[in-house]
Design a protein around this ligand. Structure first.
Ligand SMILES: Nc1ncnc2c1ncn2[C@@H]1O[C@H](COP(=O)(O)OP(=O)(O)O)[C@@H](O)[C@H]1O
Ligand SMILES: [Mg+2]
Length: 229
């Protein structure tokens, strides 16, 4: 399965979510790879620093990206793809190659306008594959509790015909500061809100798909078992 975080606008949480998803899946025992297609390379060094055992690949041009997706799909259960915050080869190519495109956006009118560009490639890819791929879902990111604008935007997004995830990710310092690690790896008493948002979102996005490929043991369980042997 290939999952991409995509939106041709920058600063909407793509790299933070991509790095967190790769680490979250790895920690549960899945064979996961990260493909960073953004020339700025935010998520690639992040995941390398956080977890050297995760396969991290970078590819920026159409043919390279296509080849990387084919290779990684063969050797991994899940490939997480990060994309650039602008229109280029990568943003146009990735929607044609993935199973699920996740579009994070801030609850603002500007973001709503900008996301229309990202939707063009997704709609085109769906037309080419007879409407099957990629599935696409919006995620409201950097939200604030009780914000009326978020509720309005949710309704406007729903009118686009694509689903909006029920889970939102709030603007939280723990996520801002998580670079080179993951909030889900912090001690139980730390970053409760950030962990809650991340767990809820990833479970909602992937829960059903993951049950069909559940690993027998999580990576942390394997580590404990190996240490006891
Ligand atoms: N939930 C959050 N709350 C506050 N700041 C965040 C959150 N998630 C990410 N950030 C910060 O917002 C900025 C943009 O995030 P990033 O993941 O790089 O977005 P993108 O990849 O879409 O450009 C970064 O400085 C990051 O540290
Ligand atoms: Mg990024």
């Amino acid at each position: 399965m290939l999952v991409a975080f995509t939106n041709t606008k920058g600063g909407v949480g793509k790299s933070t979510l991509a790095a967190h998803l790769a680490i979250w899946l790895y920690d549960q025992g899945y064979r996961v790879a990260l493909l960073d297609t953004d020339i700025q390379q935010s998520s690639a060094p992040w995941v390398r620093a956080a977890e050297p055992a995760i396969t991290v690949v970078t590819a920026f041009e159409m043919e390279q990206i296509q080849k990387a997706c084919e290779d990684l799909r063969r050797s991994h259960e899940i490939v997480v793809v990060d994309t650039p915050g602008k229109e280029n080869d990568a943003s146009h190519t990735v929607p044609f190659l993935v199973d699920l495109a996740v579009l994070p956006l801030q609850p603002s009118k500007l973001d709503l306008r900008a996301v229309k560009d990202a939707l063009k490639s997704i709609r085109l890819a769906q037309q080419v594959t007879g409407g099957k791929r990629p599935e696409a879902v919006f995620v409201l990111y950097l939200t604030a509790k009780g914000d009326v604008q978020t509720r309005i935007l949710r309704e406007q997004l729903a009118a686009s015909g694509f689903p909006v995830a029920g889970s939102e990710v709030r603007r939280l310092n723990a996520l801002r500061d998580a670079c080179d690690s993951a909030v889900t790896r912090l001690r139980p008493s730390e970053a409760r809100e950030a962990k809650t948002d991340i767990h809820a979102l990833f479970t909602e996005l992937l829960g059903d798909r993951l049950t069909s490929m559940k690993p027998e043991q999580s990576t942390s369980e394997k580590r404990i078992k190996a240490a006891n042997e």
